[in-house]
Design a binder for this molecule. Sequence first.
Ligand SMILES: *Cc1c(COP(=O)(O)O)cnc(C)c1O
Length: 410
Amino acid sequence: MELSQGAYTIQGINVLDLAQQFGTPLYVYDGEKIAQQIKTLRNAFSDTEIRVKYAAKALTNISILKLIRKHGAGVEVVSLGEAHIAMKAGFTPSEIVFTPSGVDFSEIEQAVDLGLAINIDNLSTLHKFGDKYKNTYPCGLRINPHIMAGGNYKISTGHSNSKFGISIYQFPQIMEIVQKHGVQVKGLHIHTGSEIAETDVFIKMADILFGMAADFPNLSFIDFGSGFKVAYKEGDMVTNIYDLGLKLSKAFNDFCYRYGRKLEMWIEPGKYIVSESGTFLVKANIVKPTPSVTFVGVNSGLNHLIRPMMYDAYHHIVNVSNPTGSQKIYTIVGYICETDTFGSDRKLHEVREGDVLALKNAGAYCFSMSSNYNSRLRPAEVLIVNKEAKLIRERETIDDLLKLQIEVDV
Ligand SMILES: *Cc1c(COP(=O)(O)O)cnc(C)c1O
């Protein structure tokens, strides 16, 4: 979203016109920005056989997935629901990697039936997988690096109590199961899940996987997961993608040389690809001065965008209806009947009731985490491609709230 000649625009379209046309609250995504982010990743890692697997949980709209596929990325899914939407968007099963956490084995069986790539994240599942599929279906292993004393795997990632992945301490048990059943391990995976700005952390994690790789002769990929950090406000530390691309590619290519074969390098960014593409438009319902603060109550809440309340996340807020008004301090809150503050003590151009406010970086983990709490309706979504605004999800109606409810005689 850019400020040009006093108007906030996306690909030249004034967001106020979008609010007028589609109503508020409204999610708007800039397709150009999504394409650009994928391109940047591919350029940064162009020295390797890079495969970008977009983490679909960040934003799961089918049209967004289609756009991402069009720009050459694959997809990473954490549920079969996401896998089915991805296939509907045109991804072939082999372009989809399934990286679930602690799911029932029947989900793994269904993923095999669909033909997805699968990263296994615990020993129990690996055991069942080996028992059932032996060497007939390959898999990847999700490794939790912990802190390893001695050996090749010495590192501290600070995530030693994470539920994710198979502990590196359990390497002997991994090998026992793999050898017993002849499991074809074709990939090693690592993903810490956090926003990581320091390039060196990725290199250290990579070294752990490289250290393990010697014991797996049939690898075809190493999957570095994600955790790429983007800026939510000016001055935020971010992952320098070009620096990371340069260093990680070099380390990876050196590893491939030692390993004896060129492997594919997979990465699974979600936030990096879609966060900045998104703008969430809301309307100021009320302006409420009190002796201590002036609240702006908007026609949305934690039911639509929960990151500020759940993660203390900062989302920049601007008043797009009054871009040249004098600036004042406001606390912007939602309409849900509990405390749902979008931003405290923010400097905004004077807010009048009816003004449209924009929350930035609303592409990742915003709509995809929305709910019907307070029996509120989920907003519509609009994608801008080729300077054209296209509705990609209808606003919900009361019928949607009742659709699955069953009214019985009581
Ligand atoms: C959520 C997730 C990602 C994406 O993380 P971002 O921080 O959005 O880039 C990648 N891989 C796995 C396995 C995930 O669960």
